[in-house]
Write a protein that binds this ligand. Structure first.
Ligand SMILES: [Zn+2]
Ligand SMILES: [Zn+2]
Length: 399
């Protein structure tokens, strides 16, 4: 029986696990109930299991009976602070928490892959690390797991790593997508505080008004994007918050704004951060004002290895047929902490269309929406793809 057929046989169990995770979403780095469910799902398998110290991660190592290198599979497990709107039967039981990014599906698929690969351990030429990761949504869970040794869990660094991510809209159901090079953006937050001197609206020359200067900064950041950066290595700057003052006839002491800055290559990432600070400092100086510009650093750019991305394409086409794979023409503008794994191991981040068949993917709610819905029917295919990638990549290394 093929891995795909074995996975299809597991469909009901996979759906049960996914719904159990979905009904009880947990946030951030501490997911005790999720961890319990994963451990229960892995119970009885021939795995070396280690739990995280600073987070509720589960690292499981499967050692194949045949010699060979190590491959890592990542599934993230955390939910979002979103109140779910959907079918009363299946929605989150915890108000204000929802698996709106589909990480419940990733966790389930990875547990499924652990079953599939354990069942054919006798033919497995090397080791597989199953990385069940909390805190993807802004908490750097992958980085913490790396610091706690996930990449050395099998005693040697992995030769390749793969992560799957479902998407509730845009892609048709069942379509796998990846690309060579950058697949996800880097996203950082810039926080700017312009300090002047407050005063009477009738006598601005006796005060130091921070508002016009801050407005100038917002516009100059947009000009910087179009004049200072290659349109084919883009930068996206959005000022999403701007706060200053109380009433119309008082000049405030300070103005404050926040921007997100997205970039798609390591070199541009570094340069856009430098240039934005230089820009706001220059404008403040020109107006005789003080400015504080600081960054809340997000995740780095997620860069797929070309060979691993090609290998994913070949595997999907062989297992599921030509029509199930497509190359992404451009990266996604979201960010991913799988980037920390990609920085250290040749990796591929793969997206899987999971829009339910009764919805139009062009109109369906996107990941993170309270209305986002993901189709259970993709669970078996996702589990089988994780397993195929690991088994075939180990075979490839064995020659
Ligand atoms: Zn997300
Ligand atoms: Zn996600």
């Amino acid at each position: 029986m093929s891995l795909r057929e074995s996975a299809t046989d597991m469909h009901d169990e996979l759906v049960r696990l996914r719904h159990a995770l979905h009904r009880e979403p947990e946030l951030g780095l501490d997911l005790p109930r999720t961890q319990e469910k994963v451990l229960a799902a892995l119970d009885g398998l021939p795995l070396e299991v280690r739990l995280g110290q600073g987070l509720s991660s589960v690292t499981a190592v499967l050692r194949g009976d045949l010699p060979g290198p190590t491959v890592l599979l990542r599934g993230d497990m955390d939910a979002l602070p979103v109140s779910e709107r959907g079918d009363a039967e299946t929605v989150s039981r915890l108000d204000g928490r929802m698996h709106a990014c589909g990480h419940d599906l990733h966790t389930t698929m990875l547990a499924g892959a652990a079953h599939l690969l354990s069942a054919r351990r006798d033919r497995l030429a090397g080791n597989v690390i199953f990385m069940f990761q909390p805190g993807e949504e802004g908490h750097r869970g992958a980085k913490i797991m790396i610091d706690e040794g996930v990449l050395d869990a099998a005693g040697e660094p992995p030769v390749a790593a793969y992560a799957l991510h479902v998407i509730s809209s845009v892609l048709p159901n069942g379509l796998f997508l990846t690309r060579t090079g950058t697949i996800m953006a880097a996203a950082d937050k810039l926080i700017v505080t312009v300090r002047g001197a407050g005063g009477h609206g009738s006598a601005p020359h006796l005060a130091k008004d921070p508002i016009p200067a801050a407005c100038e900064m917002v516009l100059a950041l947009q000009s910087m994007v179009t004049r200072g950066f290659d349109v084919f290595d883009p930068v996206v700057v959005t000022v999403g918050a701007f706060h200053a003052g109380t009433v119309g006839n008082v000049i405030p002491e300070e103005a404050r704004f926040e921007a997100t800055i997205r970039s798609f290559s390591a070199a541009t990432h570094e340069r856009v951060l430098e240039r934005s600070v230089a820009l706001v400092e220059g404008i403040a100086a020109a107006h005789g004002l003080e400015v504080d510009a600081c960054f809340d650093m997000g995740y780095p750019v997620t860069v797929n290895d070309g060979t691993e991305a090609e290998f994913v394409g070949d595997t999907v086409r062989e297992v599921y047929g030509e029509g199930r794979f497509t190359r992404a023409p451009q990266p996604f503008t979201g960010a991913e902490d799988f980037s920390y794994v990609c920085d250290r191991v040749p990796s591929a981040f793969v997206v899987l269309g999971a829009c339910p068949p009764d919805l139009d993917p062009r109109k369906a709610a996107y990941n993170h929406s309270p209305q986002a819905r993901f189709d259970d029917a993709v669970l078996a295919d996702g589990a089988a793809l994780y397993a195929e990638l690991a088994a075939r990549r180990l075979d490839l290394a064995a020659g």
